[in-house]
Write a protein that binds this ligand. Structure first.
Ligand SMILES: [Zn+2]
Length: 199
């Protein structure tokens, strides 16, 4: 499985992610329909073991604190009390998964946050990690950029990277002044582009 977390790409991984040295998350493909399966232990701010999901099914989940929703394209695990995504993943190609978002606690109660730009305290037990590919790649050509901007502005359908063919992710920029802009990124080649949402 090729697993991407934040801006890092992990190759030949076995799908197991350790947090501060302890296995906390495991991703695998289902035998029957190749569905992405998540196994994850959830801890509270004090480190208590508060829920466990095993292959997309709850082993325990007191008061339905967490909600899991999965489909062929990925999954979202949400903390219903805090209305916050605990872990989000997208399938971006054959045997490729991107962890798009994460906010949860380690077994020792450390807060772990994963964004598309950053991760902290996360390692995987696979063979190698490599840094983000961003600096080496030449940007999209003006023609490619114009075509991506048009497609993104016109519809919410997924738009493919002209270089890799994999679906581009889009994320609204957080600052108030730039709310009408999307950051459109290809997680395979690392190219990205700012697109005006209304144009
Ligand atoms: Zn690409």
């Amino acid at each position: 499985m090729q697993l991407m977390i934040g801006s890092n790409r992990l190759r030949s991984t076995d799908g197991i992610i350790s947090i501060r040295g302890k296995r906390q998350i495991a991703l695998e493909w289902g035998q029957l329909n190749s569905e992405l399966l998540l196994t994850m232990n959830l801890y509270g701010a004090g480190g208590g073991h508060i829920a466990r999901l095993r292959r997309n099914q709850w082993t325990f989940n007191d008061h339905d604190r967490f909600a899991f929703e999965g489909n062929a394209g990925g999954f979202n695990l949400v903390d219903t009390k805090l209305s916050q995504v605990v872990l989000g993943a997208q399938v971006v190609g054959q045997d490729s998964v991107v962890i798009t978002q994460g906010a949860f606690y380690s077994f020792a109660g450390h807060k772990i946050e994963i964004t598309m730009e950053d991760w902290s305290g996360v390692t995987d037990s696979g063979t190698s990690t490599e840094p983000a590919t961003q600096p080496a790649k030449p940007p999209y050509s003006p023609d490619e950029a114009a075509s991506i901007s048009r497609s993104v502005a016109c519809s919410s359908d997924s738009v493919a990277c002209p270089r890799c063919g994999c679906p581009l992710t889009r994320e609204r920029l957080a600052s108030e002044a730039q709310r009408d802009r999307w950051l459109v990124s290809c997680l395979i080649c690392g190219r990205n582009l700012i697109v005006h949402a209304q144009s």
